[in-house]
Design a protein around this ligand. Sequence first.
Ligand SMILES: Nc1ncnc2c1ncn2[C@@H]1O[C@H](COP(=O)(O)OP(=O)(O)OP(=O)(O)O)[C@@H](O)[C@H]1O
Length: 237
Amino acid sequence: MVEALRITGVSKRLGRNPALDGAELTVRSGEVYGLLGPNGAGKTTLMKSIAGLLRPDSGEITVFGRPLSEDARREIGTLIEGPGVWPHLNAREHIRVHARLRGVPEEWGWQALRSLGMADLAKRRVSAYSLGMRWRLGIALALLARPRLLVLDEPTNGLDPVGVRDIRELLRNLASAGVTTLVSSHQLDQVARTCDRVGVLVAGSMAYDGPLDGLAVDGDLETGFFNLVTRTDAGVR
Ligand SMILES: Nc1ncnc2c1ncn2[C@@H]1O[C@H](COP(=O)(O)OP(=O)(O)OP(=O)(O)O)[C@@H](O)[C@H]1O
């Protein structure tokens, strides 16, 4: 099976310390992969590198077997560091702009909006949205060009329990349809319920990359995570 994403020895220095220090992980096609790690571990830096927003100092990133290039990036939908929406525009206008930028039919955007339960809000300005609605719009925009790989940085931040459940179901449904997701999160209970495999970044390096069972202790992901992070002396960076 072709791997959706392979990260090999990726390093990136930001400021004085390496934000990524030889990070390695593999995401298989069609799975939901949870990226965990303490604050400052390098999760966002890794996701930005995959999205092409940062250029690693060294290492290799391949997407569906191809090195990252403009073409390969068309396969990726991203939501990194917040929903990235414009307050004075409504959802319909967001769809229009993004569809045009990516050269895809607006209808794809409408389908993505519907899948997030947002179709009724299409004419309302984003400035009148709740935080949860902004996140949903951000995810709809990440889905708009029908990516084969979704990269989501803490997509359930600020969502209420119904919103968190909806995103969980959305990611599982997408996985059933063959869409691969790399998702970062600090919500270990949600990760345990959503992800097939997980990776733990500690101080820019992978401390774990494998099945949930291999990290959990007696079925408890939180205990396994704490044990690992304490052992590797992560600290907050
Ligand atoms: N623009 C920057 N300039 C200097 N250092 C930075 C910059 N952005 C991030 N860093 C540092 O790089 C390291 C990794 O940060 P990153 O945001 O990738 O971590 P993270 O795992 O996403 O953290 P969190 O869980 O808090 O979102 C941290 O030590 C952070 O302080």
